[in-house]
Write a protein that binds this ligand. Sequence first.
Ligand SMILES: CC(C)(COP(=O)(O)OP(=O)(O)OC[C@H]1O[C@@H](n2cnc3c(N)ncnc32)[C@H](O)[C@@H]1OP(=O)(O)O)[C@@H](O)C(=O)NCCC(=O)NCCS
Length: 104
Amino acid sequence: MRFIHLYLVGYFVLMAAVGEAHLLNLSIAATWQRNGHGSTLLREAAKLAASLGAKNLFLEVRPSNLGAQALYKRFGFRKVAIRRDYYPAHSGREDALVLTLPLE
Ligand SMILES: CC(C)(COP(=O)(O)OP(=O)(O)OC[C@H]1O[C@@H](n2cnc3c(N)ncnc32)[C@H](O)[C@@H]1OP(=O)(O)O)[C@@H](O)C(=O)NCCC(=O)NCCS
């Protein structure tokens, strides 16, 4: 019997509806980070969102997640809002920064 081992390097989850898209998740396996894969997936997510008719791409990110914020800033995402107490945190809750990227 032969086995094929598949290793998931990364994934994203996108929801698109009525002219807007929401990036619900973007993750790269820890050992594969800082190799450009997050940028590649983010580019694909934006392309997919545009192909589904979205004019803007939205996402939430923790204020403490400086790495992800650096990635999003490089792509041209801008901060448009703060959702108070959005995420569970070690002690209590953490806000979310809401970022958006125009797709046209
Ligand atoms: C955020 C995440 C998706 C980035 O994926 P990645 O494959 O490491 O990103 P890239 O290699 O394409 O990075 C592109 C640029 O983003 C910035 N960046 C990415 N991760 C960074 C970090 N940890 N610290 C500082 N800058 C970072 C850098 O400018 C980087 O370019 P450089 O490596 O040439 O300096 C990945 O770190 C991850 O999955 N983290 C855990 C889950 C998570 O936080 N997801 C986002 C939730 S909103």
